[in-house]
Design a protein around this ligand. Sequence first.
Ligand code: ASP
Length: 438
Amino acid sequence: MGIKVLKFGGSSLADSGQFKKVRDIILADPDRRFIVASAPGKRSSGDIKVTDMLYKCYDLAASGNDPGPALKGIRERFAEIIEELSIPFDIDTEIEMLKMQLKETPEKEFTASRGEYLNSRVLAAYLGLEFVDAADLIFFKSDGRLDSEKTYSTVKKRLKGMDGAVIPGFYGSMPDGSIHTFSRGGSDVSGSIIACGVDASLYENWTDVSGMLSADPRIVENPAGIDVITYRELRELSYMGASVLHEDAVFPVKWAGISINIRNTNAPGDNGTMIVPRLPHGDKGNVITGIAGKKGFAEVTVTKSLMNGEVGFGARLLTIFADEGVPFEHCPTGIDTMSVVVNEEKFNPAEERILSRIRDELKPDEIEIERGFAMVAVVGQRMASTVGTACRVTGALKDSGINIRMIDQGSSELNIILGIEEEDYEKTIRAIYKEFLS
Ligand code: ASP
């Protein structure tokens, strides 16, 4: 027994058929009490999300054009759900009010938030649950950061003792009472905040996939799903491009020690992926949890004789990159060489300034730049207690004829990062997948 907070994404609430699935999911478990809803998303690949339609309405109104026809499209989306499920809800009055508001004082974030607001009211009416507006629960400071203290104490007070409620995702209110939204996909963050506020036993994030995959399905055919992943592993994989949740959704629940379960509204029988603070006791999972990577890196190698005797050389080199606003990804060193691996997109505009500063300030013998690198992260918390993982990784690459340009095992032994030529990227991921996961 415990309280579960469920967030349903836009595709899970895109039409009346999806609403029915959501109701069945909620009714299947009495612990599923607090529901955070997104705006209706795409019903098929060519469809438009209600949030995008709302942004369009705002753009039209803000540029002095009539948002009426665009609003009509939004009305139709809700009217269809309401009619097909016979939900007692007056959508016309709501759309009329939004139209007036857009005419008088168009506000971008308020307009965008109406998808979640209306959808949650419709869902609450359908489920027979109370609607609690996110504007009365989630508060931001004037600089746009979450006012955690006020938010959590309000969520606790307001939701404590309730049997359940539907709460819109994506927005909250500013100190002046205006609406402020998170960045796109932000209902994940709202769900996480509500889960913390009610001290949930679990945060279920319902979407349209059965959890995370252990590799990119565009590279590995039918990759295995991830059953359990720790927050630390998730961070590594997400940083390397494997995304399943809004980045900011992780932090509130992670600090509170609450697990997230990624589930599929269209396949509720699947267990999905469990994101947990730490591996369960006696765990016997795979040594590798997942593989992810990115292309588009460059390596700047600075050579200077007797560099190792020059105290502060590394700090000065990295300071030049930092001053120019270019973060470094990795920094392999030799006795007389130091390389800085950077994202090419960030490095290119600052290249000239960085090189001339290195020449002036560090007086190197040589600076060499190599482009077209890819990075692949092999992630698994269990590798810290497993002998021979690096050997298996390098062996797999050797067998596939792939040259490793850089290799870095994080000091926490949570990952092995490989630097390879971009053209070897897909081949590398397939080789490691085959060795550990297939
Ligand atoms: N509806 C918003 C978006 O499309 C927020 C969300 O769905 O999480 O980005």
